[in-house]
Every structure is written in structure tokens, then in C-alpha cells.
Design a protein around this ligand. Structure first.
Ligand SMILES: [Zn+2]
Length: 405
């Protein structure tokens, strides 16, 4: 994967290396709509409030389509489709129930049963995808890769290709004129046996808005190497891979994802902390796998609140993201399931600022990490970095001090 030079370690306020834009950039049909932030040069940084964080341009790489529905939409779709399993027809109560499943795996899975249950026809998929794009744009996200598992949406008679077409249509509608680019990642369920088929599906739709292939589902007992055929196919097609690994299961899952399956990014990857020895009286010592992942700048798609809910981390303040960010791993911040976790990307950043004292420089560093790690083509990433993200952050914090001669 092409790598853009990293910022200097570990000082987040150090300006990014200036990356020249290619002189002649082809204007293709998928060029992102560029926001033109009001650039000013504030004397002091803007206060770090939720409203202010929502204003800065952000990038989201790990978000599940079936984990981010609006409660009212679930109720509307259930009524349209004669789906009678919802526990309540009140949107407020349903939202609370679904996001209140913290620490209760049964309730958590139950929530997905309902969202997937109402996403079984074209109109429903288009609506859910369009609302997803609109909601992310309203939160200040300028680039997102949203994933879903097509094999979970065929019980109403749609083919896998029709499922993908419907979701991509929804992303197009929802992102039009909203200053956001939304691409899809196709997920295969690791406990099922359709990964090769889903990998082919992803490659087949690569020019229509699918940018990568993923596997998800219970990690224990379903190592990534079970799906080696699918990953090798994707690699042969020069396409992109991200793998849920190191969330519910530890280092062997991460090692297989990286060294057997050739993943470009790691979904979660929190358990890489198990390969880092930290003691109060000496610098942290990285094992071979942790060193490899940091050296190769393999992105970690971290989802703090979701990890606390599933028990992969004890609390936000106790989340490995704190140490991994200090050690300059290629950390990114993500939402995972906005509805079930009751979060937005902005609220995740706000939680991190409260837990770790992050400032605008840290949020910008994490955002640039995400943009550099995206599966969009290099020139598209560069345009967003130079024309959208950097001007957006320039508007909320003072320009870096000019070093004394
Ligand atoms: Zn996930």
C-alpha cells in the first residue's frame, strides 16, 4: 500500500510534512466534493466541545451499516414489512434499549437481529444506506468506508449483487451535496463458508464504490487463515483487505491476519497490547509482532466504546489506544456500531480527550492517520488531506509556532 510520510514522533503539534500534490490529477467521476472551510488563524485553540469536534473534518474507516440505523427507521421499516419482533414501537425507547445493551451480549446480538431483520429488500437498504451517509456528514465526517455483510441481506429474495447495488445507491443518494465521500467494504462472516464468493463480489463492484474486503464474526475458533483462498484471490486482484482481528481473541488472530492473510489494516487489533511489555520504571518493550505492525505502519481501526462494551478493554481510560498512540502506532478512531454503542465519531473523540487529555493536534494526527490508511486511491486521499482536513484543523487551532532561527 502506498505510504505517505508519517509525522514526526511523538510530538503531535509538529506540522505534517508538506506533500506536493500531483500536478496533473485526473478528474474522475468519483472526485470527492471538497468543503471549503473558513480558514482563519485563531490566536487560541477553540474549546474542545462536542459541537466544535463535529465541525472539523473527520475520517471513518470502521463502521457497520447494520449497527447504525436510526431507531425511527427501524420502526418504519418494520411496519412496512410486517416485521413484528420489535420490543417497542417508540423510537426513543427502542434507541435506549438498543444502545443500552452494554455488557450484555444477548441484548447486543438481539439488536442486530432486528436491524438486519428489516434490511431485506432494496428500498430498505437504499434508505438505511442513504441515512447512514447523511448522518455521518452531519457529524462532520468527510470520508467514510462503511461495511456490511451481503450474505445477511438475502432472505427477502435479493441476490448478493442486488444487495450491493442497493447499498451503493443509498450511499450515492445520501452523500450527494453533503461534502462526504462514502465507500463500501464487503464483509464475509468468518463462521460461514461464503468468503470466496463475497471476495469475488467485492472485486466485481470495485469500480462502483466498493473499496475492500473484510471478515467479521466470532473470532475464537474461526481464525482468518480458514479463509485464505478468499484473501489470496483479493491480493491477486490487487484489491484491499481489512480483517477483524485481535478484538475477542488475541495475538494468534492478529498474526494470522497479517502474516498469512496479508491484511492491509486490522479491525480493532486491541490485543496487540499483549505483545508490549509496559512497566512503570522502564520504556515499553515491543515484541516481534508489535514491532512489525508499528514498523510497517499497519493501521489499527480502533473502536474504543465498542471495545469497552464487548470487554476487549476495561474502560476508555484503560483502553490500549492511549499507549499505542504514545508509541506512534498507526492508530485510527472509529465508531463500529453507532446505534448499539450510542456513539458518533465526534463523541468518540470527545471521550478520548476526556480520558487522555487529547488536544486538536491529537485529533488531527488521528484523522490524518485514518485518511492515509483509507482504501481510496492515493490522489484522492491527498486531495482530502491538503484541501479539506488540514484547512479544517487550521481553523480551530493556532498555527504552529515558527521555530526560532
Ligand atoms: Zn467491527
Amino acid at each position: 500500500m502506498p505510504q505517505i510520510p508519517e509525522p514526526q514522533i511523538p510530538e503531535p503539534q509538529i506540522p505534517e510534512p508538506q506533500i506536493p500534490e500531483p500536478q496533473a490529477v485526473a478528474q474522475d467521476a468519483r472526485e470527492p466534493q471538497v468543503r471549503a472551510p473558513q480558514v482563519r488563524e485563531p490566536e487560541a485553540p477553540a474549546p474542545l466541545t462536542l459541537a466544535a469536534i463535529r465541525q472539523v473534518p473527520k475520517v471513518l474507516l470502521h463502521d457497520h451499516l447494520d449497527g447504525g440505523l436510526r431507531p425511527q427507521t427501524i420502526i418504519d421499516l418494520a411496519a412496512e414489512q410486517g416485521y413484528h419482533d420489535l420490543p417497542t414501537a417508540d423510537a426513543g425507547d427502542l434507541g435506549k434499549l438498543m444502545s443500552g445493551a452494554k455488557g450484555n451480549l444477548e441484548l447486543y446480538l438481539e439488536a442486530f437481529r432486528h436491524t438486519v431483520g428489516v434490511m431485506q429488500n432494496r428500498d430498505a437498504l437504499v434508505r438505511v444506506a442513504a441515512e447512514c451517509a447523511a448522518d455521518l456528514a452531519a457529524d462532520g465526517v468527510v470520508y467514510a468506508e462503511v461495511r456490511f455483510a451481503p450474505e445477511l441481506h438475502v432472505s427477502g429474495g435479493l441476490s448478493l449483487d442486488q444487495v450491493v447495488d442497493a447499498v451503493l445507491e443509498g450511499f450515492r443518494r445520501g452523500s450527494a451535496d453533503r461534502g462526504i465521500t462514502v465507500y463500501a467494504l464487503l464483509t464475509a462472516m468468518r463462521t460461514a463458508a461464503r468468503s470466496a464468493e463475497i471476495a469475488e463480489l467485492a472485486v466485481r463492484h470495485r469500480d462502483a464504490g466498493v473499496v475492500g474486503f473484510d471478515i467479521a464474526g466470532a473470532e475464537a475458533g474461526s481464525p482468518p487463515s480458514r479463509h485464505l483462498d478468499a484473501f489470496q484471490y483479493v491480493a491477486r486482484e490487487n484489491f484491499h483487505i481489512t480483517i477483524h482481528a485481535g478484538e475477542g481473541f488475541g495475538l494468534p488472530s492478529i498474526w494470522e491476519a497479517v502474516q498469512w492473510c496479508g491484511t492491509d489494516r486490522l479491525g480493532h487489533g486491541v490485543r496487540i497490547i499483549d505483545d508490549i511489555r509496559a512497566a512503570p520504571d522502564r520504556p515499553p518493550a515491543l515484541g516481534r509482532l508489535a514491532s512489525y505492525i508499528r514498523d510497517c505502519r499497519i493501521p489499527l481501526e480502533m473502536c474504543p466504546t465498542s471495545n469497552v462494551q464487548t470487554g476487549a478493554a476495561p474502560s476508555i481510560a484503560g483502553h490500549p489506544i492511549g499507549l499505542l498512540r504514545q508509541l506512534s502506532f498507526r492508530v485510527t478512531v472509529n465508531t463500529d456500531n453507532r446505534l448499539m454503542s450510542g456513539v458518533t465519531l465526534s463523541s468518540e473523540f470527545l471521550a478520548l480527550t476526556a480520558a487522555f487529555g487529547y488536544g486538536w493536534g491529537d485529533i488531527e494526527w488521528l484523522t490524518l492517520n485514518a485518511m492515509k490508511s483509507a482504501f481510496a486511491p492515493f490522489d484522492e486521499r491527498l486531495r482530502l488531506i491538503n484541501r479539506v482536513i488540514k484547512p479544517g484543523f487550521d481553523a480551530v487551532r493556532p498555527a504552529p509556532a515558527v521555530p526560532a532561527a
